[in-house]
Ligand binder design. Sequence first.
Ligand code: NAG
Length: 196
Amino acid sequence: MYSTVKVSVRKMKAFLWGLLALVPILKAQVPHWGPCPEPATQPAFNLKKFMGRWFEIAKLPAQFERGRCIETNFTLMLDGSARVVGSEILKGELKTIEGTAVVEDKRNPAKLGISFSYVLPYTPYWILSTDYENSALVYSCTDVLRLFHVDFAWILGRTRSLPAATIDHGKEVFTNNNIDVSRMILSRQQGCDKDL
Ligand SMILES: *[C@@H]1O[C@H](CO)[C@@H](O)[C@H](O)[C@H]1NC(C)=O
């Protein structure tokens, strides 16, 4: 009797923590009904070739309050993980955040997970497509009890801007994989280098 109560209290606590962890995600994005889509990912993904500097060209959801000049610098570590340094200019100040990316599914190295803190779980960071030298399509989706899902999508570039045709094609790839990018917005990458 006593142990049953204990277990259910523990379960309840875990459930409440789970809900709390969702708050920032839910605030940032409108959830979609149903489980996450299962998009195709980059075949034979080469993590090493993906390393280096990527600029955020477009993103979902629209976070207008966020900084500009957002970029991510990946560095391969000896253990096969990658050090991730994200940076942005927010209210005139350069802000950086450091995390770790790991291959979550050895059978599919394009399915990365990124964590920006020891206490946070790895969130999916799937490379749907990349040529390593110009652009990349990245998708992150989290299922909530398979009832609904919240997702993030990015078009990344090796340069601060990409041709409109590349962006359009990227959106098409997301759409063809049942990912709604109708609300995707372009990231602000103007006046970045002269400020620093
Ligand atoms: C990216 O990270 C590497 C390793 O820490 C560093 O040498 C390089 O200068 C960084 N590049 C940029 C653009 O920050």
